[in-house]
Ligand binder design. Structure first.
Ligand SMILES: *[C@@H]1O[C@H](CO)[C@@H](O)[C@H](O)[C@H]1NC(C)=O
Ligand SMILES: *[C@@H]1O[C@H](CO)[C@@H](O)[C@H](O)[C@H]1NC(C)=O
Ligand SMILES: *[C@@H]1O[C@H](CO)[C@@H](O)[C@H](O)[C@H]1NC(C)=O
Length: 434
């Protein structure tokens, strides 16, 4: 929490800048990327702020105590080993070992494009325990109504208000939509939605199948998981970026002691690029964490949307944390079938991976819920408003919009936010049940 209010932000930044190894800074492009990531990191002070609120018994008191499986939504629990707030649902995590359970019975209703893989159920120890899809998508989530911990120009609506404002609904295709207010010339903040699953798991696979995500100057959408106490319970940012970015950035934030062994993608066995440091500790990196940018230019924003969306899978088990992304049409058949059986052969290399060798999952991650939000400006989107050079944002938002500040643009030009919505086919959570 020391880095929350910090006018010292800049000083810490410079200190850290000086401490980083010279090799990291041998490339000015890389240096630039690190600077960007620093601003990015500011996003995660949201969790610090959340801690403060909990500590002081303020705003978040109104947030329901997290209870798993309490809402009558579609729950799949074949073994009775359901999640609990004390970290139930942990598997033994030996991903890739062949399961001996009977064949999964799920079938996919996804209408895959021609030439794309078809769903094919396989035997897997990863069992579906929670599915958010179809007309009851919003069951099992809590609508967050506190002020944005990342200082965005945003007001998060409760479920009733979001529903009556048509900012949270199921569309005619049966997909969940989370949109934002598009009124012009607001005097105040722009309305949006932030939801958190009531369930918590200390290990698992979270799979997001989305057709559309918020995009455009001023926006800052994210889909992530974290525990009730951050950074102690860890945070895994699965989908995140700002403005017109086209390449996703996945990041973890932890307590001290969690590192990645290299910033070399080949060594790490990942398709993405390490854009931050290799120390994932929030407190030791000014909350920068270990960020990895996807090499896929259809992994985020308008490019993701124009390409028909895709699927993200975040796996947290004894082997570590890994995140995969597949554009629509390239999703492995086991994932389409709802019987995920992760292996290099079936899933390919992850875009990002934080191995247990440098970061013991049981030490650094616990009781994770999944969260969606769309905020505006604030600690990241606002900070990089006048910057350019990130994939998708070759020109700065200040240039593109003609507004010198993010806040002025977001309040004035509601019609710019018609694309600032999530359209989600499903969020499914799997547990290892050998
Ligand atoms: C983990 O493995 C141990 C030993 O094989 C077993 O007793 C236990 O039930 C397993 N736990 C889970 C959650 O699968
Ligand atoms: C939701 O997911 C479950 C589990 O995969 C599946 O059985 C069900 O058909 C899905 N419902 C819809 C409406 O897609
Ligand atoms: C990354 O590691 C590979 C394999 O060890 C090596 O061949 C390559 O030169 C390294 N790349 C950089 C930029 O150091």
């Amino acid at each position: 929490m020391i880095f929350r209010s910090l006018p010292m932000h800049l000083a810490l930044f410079l200190l850290e800048f000086a401490l980083l190894t010279p090799s990291v800074y041998s490339s000015s492009i890389f240096s630039r990327a690190v600077q960007q990531t620093h601003r990015i990191a500011a996003r995660h002070t949201k969790e610090i702020a959340r801690d403060l609120r909990l500590a002081f018994g303020a705003v978040l008191v109104s947030e329901p105590i997290q209870q798993p499986l309490d809402n009558g939504r579609t729950i799949y629990c074949k073994s009775g080993a359901v999640a609990g707030s004390s970290g139930g649902g942990q598997g033994n995590g030996s991903a890739g070992s062949s399961g001996t359970n009977s064949q999964g019975t799920s079938t996919s209703t996804k209408s895959a494009a021609a030439g794309s893989p078809t769903a094919s159920a396989v035997s897997t120890p990863w069992k579906l325990v929670e599915a958010h899809n179809g007309s009851d998508f919003f069951e099992g989530w809590s609508f967050f109504t506190g002020s944005d911990p990342t200082h965005g120009v945003v007001d998060y609506l409760d479920e009733n208000d979001a529903t009556s404002a048509s900012l949270a609904y199921i569309n005619s295709a049966g997909n969940a939509v989370m949109a934002v207010d598009t009124t012009n010339n607001l005097a105040d903040n722009r309305k949006s939605v932030r939801i958190t699953t009531n369930s918590q798991y200390s290990q698992g696979i979270w799979i997001l199948d989305a057709l559309h995500m918020p995009t455009g100057c001023g926006t800052w959408p994210s889909f992530w998981t974290n525990g009730p106490n951050s950074p102690a319970d860890g945070e895994i940012d699965i989908v995140e970026g700002v403005n017109d970015y086209t390449n996703n950035q996945a990041t973890i934030h932890t307590n001290p002691g969690c590192t990645i062994s290299s910033s070399n993608s080949t060594v790490l066995g990942i398709t993405g690029t390490v854009v931050g440091g290799t120390n994932c500790a929030a407190a030791e990196t000014n909350n920068q964490g270990c960020g990895v940018r996807s090499s896929s230019d259809v992994s985020f924003g308008a490019a993701f949307n124009n390409n028909g969306g895709g699927v993200y899978a975040s796996k947290l088990d004894d082997t570590g944390v890994s995140i995969h992304f597949w554009p629509t049409g390239q999703v492995p058949s086991d994932v389409l079938a709802g019987t995920p059986n992760p292996s290099l052969a079936t899933w390919g290399a992850p875009l990002a991976q934080w191995s247990s060798s440098g970061c013991n999952p049981s030490t650094f991650f616990s009781d994770h819920s999944a969260i969606f939000d769309t905020t505006f400006c604030g600690d990241w989107a606002g900070e990089v408003w006048s910057d350019s050079g990130i994939p998708g944002q070759e020109q700065s938002c200040a240039q593109r919009t003609g507004y010198s500040t993010c806040e002025a643009f977001v309040k004035a030009d509601g019609s710019a936010f018609t694309q600032a919505y999530w359209e989600v086919k499903s969020v499914k959570i799997y547990q290892y049940q050998s």
